[in-house]
Design a binder for this molecule. Structure first.
Ligand code: NAD
Length: 303
């Protein structure tokens, strides 16, 4: 027997599955739900129970965690006919770890309060590797007391866990994170393509830049993917496109022009038109290569 609260986890994709595994490893009883039954198999094998709907999951657990693609998916799981709100009881805490609109997060937190539960927005950064290793950065918005109550569960999944403010503050922070990554990716892609076109080995340019003021995680990780044309997700282009849309929408709501973000948003739009929506967002490099009529994977002589 354990005195730990029972956790419900909804959404077992690239991120949710390893996050849920870490919750089991930390000794919490777990109940899972995903629209795709095969996504739940690995967790059931690890000792979790499966619920037939979010509504039924809510009735079996103390704390509910979601990790779903986008705002409409979270709205469906919470307010839909067999959604969480049909099964929750007063005092439960819902932790939404999906990346969704801050405005939708605020609306859902207000609706949750009306049915007697507390909702926190707690999006993550760190990618699949961070989810597997339990080293995610977690940015939390919502009531401080609820944050403190769920902290041991978040600590099973992440290392840097910060309370950012009221409902929606976690999602605002995540939008900032996503626009910094996108704009930095664009800069690194332009630099490596320029090097290639100018006859300087781009891999060597990346090495030189990693030792100076242009060093970044994006140069390190995405820069390597650019050079290798490794577009296996990772982080799907369609999800980063969605995240920049969220950032631009927040920019419109709060009167903040985001011109560089808008540019990269259009490049991701072009990538999707090229049929690359489910490839890693590092496929961005192929558009810059096309514009410059060069390739990072060719030898210096062949370029
Ligand atoms: P994914 O597409 O791999 O997984 C989503 C899962 O949710 C799938 O298993 C799908 O079947 C399930 N699902 C969809 N709608 C559902 C519903 N209504 N009810 C139950 N299950 C449903 O996505 P992912 O890469 O795991 O991303 C999840 C969230 O985390 C997204 O908001 C994404 O932006 C964010 N995120 C992803 C990464 C990354 O590197 N992949 C990093 C940080 C944050």
């Amino acid at each position: 027997m354990t005195d730990k609260p029972t956790i419900g986890f909804i959404g077992l994709g690239i991120m949710g599955r390893p996050m849920a595994h870490n919750i089991v490893r930390a000794g919490f009883p777990l109940v899972v739900y995903d629209l795709l039954p095969h996504s739940m198999q690995a967790l059931i094998a690890a000792g979790a129970q499966a619920a037939p709907s979010p509504q039924r999951l809510a009735a079996q657990v103390d704390i509910i965690v979601l990790c779903l693609p986008d705002s409409p998916d979270v709205q469906a799981a919470m307010t839909g006919p067999q959604g969480l709100f049909a099964g929750v009881r007063t005092g439960q805490i819902i932790v939404d770890m999906s990346t969704i609109s801050p405005m939708v997060a605020r609306e859902l937190a207000a609706e949750a309060a009306r049915v007697g539960v507390t909702m926190l927005d707690a999006p993550v950064s760190g990618g699949e590797a961070g989810a597997i290793e339990g080293t995610l950065s977690i940015m939390v918005g919502g009531e401080l007391a609820a944050f403190e109550q769920v902290l041991p569960v978040l600590q099973a999944m992440g290392k840097r866990i910060l309370h950012m403010g009221a409902a929606g503050a976690g999602q605002v922070t995540k939008a900032c994170n996503q626009l910094v990554i996108a704009v930095t990716m664009q800069g690194v892609a332009e630099a490596l393509v320029l090097a290639a076109k100018a006859g300087v080995e781009p891999a060597q340019v990346r090495q030189a830049l990693l030792g100076g003021a242009a060093a970044s995680r994006v140069l390190e990780l995405h820069g390597e993917r650019f050079l290798e044309h490794n577009f296996k997700p990772g982080f799907r282009t369609r999800l980063h496109y969605k995240d920049l849309n969220i950032a631009l929408d927040a920019g419109r709501t709060y009167g903040t022009p985001l011109p560089a973000t808008a540019l990269v948003h259009q490049f991701f739009n072009a990538l999707m038109a090229h049929g690359l929506a489910d490839q890693d967002h590092s496929a961005l490099i192929t558009l810059l290569e096309e514009l410059a009529q060069t390739s990072l994977t060719a030898t210096v002589e062949a370029r």
